[in-house]
Design a protein around this ligand. Structure first.
Ligand code: NBX
Length: 818
């Protein structure tokens, strides 16, 4: 499908026109950034038509719609992706060539809209791509943060956080929709008033502060199907315009407060991954976008439907972790206070409309709000939660008479806290984990009591990724090669990629496949030279760990092993050693001191290793600055080895693991998260698995019996590695890495020594790494393994995940555009 507008000549004309219209310039005079804007407007022109058509089709066919509620959408750049999904990428590239322009350079002008932290936010973005591609009606609902994820600079080996003003040049793909603005209320108190109309009492929220929520819509283009869905992110504005000539002091104060409230709410994304900050502003953000989104969804429903009791037939709300869980009580509030339903009717509708996805079992990530804060900020919503809790506790008592332990463990309100996961489970009609192992751990451990009481709610939806961004766009050489061999069906049906299996023993195919990998490695090497000033050998093994920095993900294990290899090469210079480049990329939450120290350690080790001429370049260590979606696409394409080394049981799923696999990099990993399912698909002989199992880890955690000092005292080489953290090898300041050293050997407050079992897994990790080296030396064997990884990645498309959500949870209808 090539749209009229993408006929080359028309496209070229349109870009020139836009440059003239927007900047009063000729093409030759325009900057690359201006040309980027002009190209986007041309593309947007096409998208807008499809967007209108889609919304018309939805109006006519009235399908059920999913509202995917998420504090985070980590979209990555839109231009390239939109061109890919419009199947116009190649035509546009050629047209721009003819104008003397380079599409890659133009794509590089776009800021990454980084409105998310990591996996959870990126999953939401992949889901939107799949929903549109599979012809489902869907909205993403989120926040238009003024500042998304910070930009990371590395200075002197330390992470520096720089604000990312992604909107400073204007974002061409967004559309402000003031006509759909909604009011959101904070603070104040609740009055009980007699309502003569109904003869009963009603609850009236008074004395609140109000904020105007204004939606910005971004188009979500389906692949080659003319569907354009919407990501709706909310901006905040004061309700009362700030008037300098206001003489009324009360008004003046109120105006200033409302202005500040509005400005603060959407100012910045909390940069924590798998950690709950507990800040009042965070709860304000949550309620702000949830309330606005629910109001908009209900208003839309009421336009064409009379009976609010049937809301669940047309609408479902998926809560991306507990962050939007206040939706449960807000929906109850709207149904009762605004739509006039009684409690039982409102509850019946709500519990058919909301569903919950859990993304973590890490205790510090579970959201619990102090009752004092919650009830002060959201008095009416809190009142409703109290009533939900009261009724639920009665249910517990009925089911488990006299068992107060159950109440203690399951109540929504307990110990002065509001437990958001409990609220989500009690109200949700579905509770899902994000990989098989994760869901099993939820059922057997973390949420055991809930599973026993309501087993029918629990289900698994193993995560997935979109092959359109992470292969078709990110690795165009491999995408073309795949299409040449098996046709283009894999683009919308990734199960087809298994057809590559017939080529895995074909020498010509092996050579072509590895040659593409090599070219991608050259591209990454060039990027590393430009951005890090480090020269790396594209013939070396590219061993990559890119993901958020967190202790449970164990970047520390990886770098300790690098130190170990360095020691080995120094001690035995004659030893056979295949050149290796260890590549890291990771942002640490700004307040997470130990994570930042690990970044410093990686860079300190890199300094020493990369500058030690005696090891003859056998070992290189690179820390890629500012890891984000746009450079991720290039990194996955260039990886030989995928490091997925979390402490078993801690990584709910992982999705980077799937992106590496699709791009032909075998997994070096623990039996954690979706790694387990990757091994199921590709076979354990085509992965490098090591370490404690989830059961073993959980057993140690529950029963004790792990002492890292036993390993430290008996393993000389491990002891040597640890000693080098504090003896000046990597920093003249011997105290610099003391905390890391101590964390591995000493218990600290409530924290166990080596709580992520790094020393426990060290030897089996090193052995697995040795196997990687041996396997890589066998060129044909490696090519076969790499190709099998690509060929077996079919399960891990987000298209499959979304279809499972549709079949088991949402029950959406497909819509086709004529
Ligand atoms: O969600 C991640 C998990 O750690 C991954 O295993 C999983 O693959 C992915 C998608 O299901 N969780 C995650 O990214 N969490 C957060 O980013 C997060 C952000 C804020 C917060 C808690 C968690 N308060």
């Amino acid at each position: 499908m090539i749209d009229k507008q993408f006929k080359k000549e028309a496209f070229k004309e349109s870009v020139k026109e836009n440059v003239k219209f927007l900047y009063r310039k000729k093409l030759e005079e325009a900057t690359q950034e201006q040309i980027f804007q002009a190209v986007c407007y041309t593309v947007k022109d096409v998208i807008i038509d499809n967007w209108l058509e889609t919304q018309n089709a939805y109006k006519e066919q009235d399908p059920k719609t999913v509202y995917y509620m998420s504090m985070e959408f980590l979209m990555g750049r839109a231009l390239g992706n939109n061109l890919i999904n419009l199947t116009a990428y190649k035509e546009v590239k050629e047209a721009l060539d003819e104008l003397g322009l380079d599409l890659n350079v133009i794509e590089d002008q776009e800021p990454d809209p980084a409105l998310g932290n990591g996996g959870l936010g990126r999953l939401a973005a992949c889901f939107l791509d799949s929903l549109a591609t599979l012809n489902y009606s869907a909205y993403g609902c989120g926040i238009r943060y003024r500042y998304g994820m910070f930009k990371q600079q590395i200075k002197d080996g330390y992470q520096i956080e720089v604000p990312d003003n992604w909107l400073k040049n204007g974002y061409p793909f967004e559309l402000r929709r003031p006509e759909y603005a909604k009011e959101v209320h904070f603070g104040g108190y609740v009055d009980v008033e007699y309502d003569p109309a109904t003869g009963s009492n009603k609850f009236v929220h008074k004395g609140y502060q109000a904020v105007k929520a204004v939606p910005f819509d971004m188009p979500i283009v389906g692949y080659n199907n003319k569907i354009v869905n919407t990501l709706r992110i909310w901006d905040a504005e004061p309700i009362v315009d700030f008037e300098l000539d206001s003489f009324d002091k009360g008004d003046y104060k109120k105006a200033v407060e409302q202005e500040n409230l509005a400005r603060n709410i959407v100012e910045v994304l909390y940069p924590n991954d798998n950690h709950m900050a507990g800040k009042e502003l965070r709860l304000k953000q949550q309620y702000f976008f949830v309330s606005a989104s629910l109001q908009a969804a209900i208003a839309k429903y009421k336009k064409n439907h009379k009976d609010i009791m049937k809301l669940h037939e047309k609408v479902t709300f998926q809560m991306n972790d507990t962050h939007p869980t206040v939706a449960v009580a807000e929906l109850m509030r709207i149904l009762m206070d605004e739509e006039g339903l009684g409690w039982d009717d409102a509850w019946s509708v709500t519990t058919k409309c909301v569903a919950y996805t859990n993304h973590t079992i890490m205790a510090e990530a579970l959201e619990k709000w102090p009752v004092e804060l919650f009830s002060r900020l959201l008095p009416r919503v809190y009142q409703i939660i109290e009533e939900i809790n009261r009724r639920f506790v009665l249910e517990i008592q009925e089911k488990y008479p006299g068992n107060y332990d159950k109440i203690k463990k399951m109540a929504i309100l307990y110990d002065g806290q509001v437990k958001m996961a409990h609220l989500a489970i009690v109200a949700g009609y579905s509770v899902n984990g994000v990989a098989k192992l994760h869901t099993e751990i939820l059922k057997k451990q973390e949420l055991k009591d809930f599973y026993e009481m309501m087993p029918e709610k629990f289900n698994n939806k193993t995560n997935g990724i979109t092959q359109r961004r992470f292969l078709l766009h990110g690795n165009q050489l491999l995408a073309d090669w795949v299409t040449d061999h098996i046709g283009p069906e894999w683009i919308t049906d990734l199960s087809q990629i298994s057809k590559l299996k017939v080529y895995v023993d074909d020498e010509k195919a092996q050579q072509e496949f590895m040659n593409i990998k090599y070219q991608n490695k050259v591209r990454l090497a060039k990027y590393i030279l430009e951005h890090n000033g480090v020269e790396v050998n594209p013939r070396s093994i590219f061993d990559v760990q890119v993901k958020r920095l967190h202790e449970y993900k164990r970047q520390l294990l990886n770098i300790l092993h690098v130190i170990y290899l360095y020691d080995q090469i120094k001690k035995h210079p004659e030893m056979d050693f295949y050149p290796r480049t260890f590549i890291f990329g990771a942002k640490a939450s700004a307040g997470y001191a130990r994570a930042k120290k690990i970044i410093k350690l990686i860079n300190s080790v890199a300094d020493v290793v990369n500058n030690d001429a005696s090891i003859e370049g056998k070992l290189k260590v690179v820390f890629i600055e500012n890891y984000r979606v746009s450079n991720a696409e290039m990194i996955f394409a260039a990886a030989d080895v995928s490091e997925q080394i979390s402490t078993a049981s801690k990584e709910a799923s992982g999705t980077g693991n799937m992106k590496f696999m699709l791009n032909g990099a075998p997994t070096l990993g623990t039996m954690d998260g979706a790694n387990v399912e990757i091994v199921d698909e590709v076979g354990k002989e085509n992965a490098f698995i090591f370490g404690l199992s989830a059961d073993e880890v959980i057993n140690y955690e529950n029963n004790g019996g792990y002492d890292p000092r036993v390993i430290y005292n008996t393993d000389d080489e491990i002891r040597q590695v640890l000693t080098e953290l504090v003896n000046g090898t990597f920093s003249s300041d011997t105290e610099l890495f003391r905390d890391l050293y101590n964390s591995l050997l000493n218990q600290n407050g409530g924290e166990r020594a080596d709580q992520y079992f790094i020393l426990a897994d060290f030897r089996s990790y090193a052995a697995a790494q040795k196997k990687v080296e041996e396997a890589y030396k066998d060129e044909k064997g490696w090519a076969r393994m790499a190709m099998l990884n690509t060929a077996c990645a079919g399960k891990f498309t987000s298209d499959r995940t979304i279809q499972e959500y549709v079949d088991d949870i949402w029950h959406l209808d497909k819509v086709y555009i004529k």
